[in-house]
Design a protein around this ligand. Sequence first.
Ligand code: BDR
Ligand code: CA
Length: 332
Amino acid sequence: MSESRRIILDCDPGHDDAVAIMLALGNPAIELLGITTVGGNQTLDKITRNALSVLVMCGREDVPVHAGAHRPLVRRVEVAPEIHGESGLDGVELPEPSRSAQETHGVRFIIDQVMAAEPGTITLVATGPLTNLALAARLEPRIVERVREVVVMGGGYHEGNWTAVAEFNIWVDPEAAAIVFDEAWPLTMVGLDLTHQALATAEVEERVREVDSPLGEFFIGLMGFFRTAYQEHQGFDDPPVHDACTIAYLIDPAIVETTRVPLTVELRGEHTVGMTVADFRRPAADDCRHQVATTLDHGGFWDLVVEAISVLSAASASGSAAGSAADSGAEA
Ligand code: BDR
Ligand code: CA
């Protein structure tokens, strides 16, 4: 088997962020070095607590969690209770974490990990607003050439969800997104065009129910709330589990097709702030650093998620962690 992808997950859990965490921890192709949190779906305190609770459910309280930015670079905080509830993870009872987040700020953690690692070995995955990544790039510009790849759930080349043309993560902090998209690192945008294919159907839930575990029930509780929210506020029958698509792409790029295309983030339009503009007019230049995700293998994606939930559930039942982040620089 090829070496696992070493990632830092920058997130705002969030129902679909929670599934991204499960997938990252339940597949041997991924080594999760740590989680950093960013204000987005709910306030920083709430979503940091959610990250810790999800790790309890996954039986992986060894994974370090570092709180990052509590608000966007320029704009006011905007949260999404209609999609994720008052807690940010409504629909389930959240277990009490036995610990708090680490002392070190999330942005500092990202910088320290990338600077300490061999160049080209750490991938940054962002499933919330891009505030932490933008701050990290500004605070320590040398990380840009050392990061292997940045994978962002955000934006869309044909779709918006928070405005007609802007997706939530980009809309919340478009200035940060503009910084991150403009840096010289390779960037893959896993946007709405792709993630709206990742629907948690009744059949998917049935497969997870068959796993018959507390983590499986947790997933089903989350999807129940998420489904109703998407039915009431976004006109969907089933909820799209956006954020987990970033991890699926890293596990098996055959499941998430991509194409190279230059991207920019709109900051000044009267009706288009936060839009991710993809220029498809001609084949991308050889040095194009951007790619967008286009087509999802729905069955393959859900096979990965169900398998991850099974693996984590089996490890919890036998009292062993499915993996260990012990050597990842976690503070005592
Ligand atoms: C994105 O916004 C959040 O509500 C989700 O967690 C996801 O990251 C989808 O637009
Ligand atoms: Ca998210």
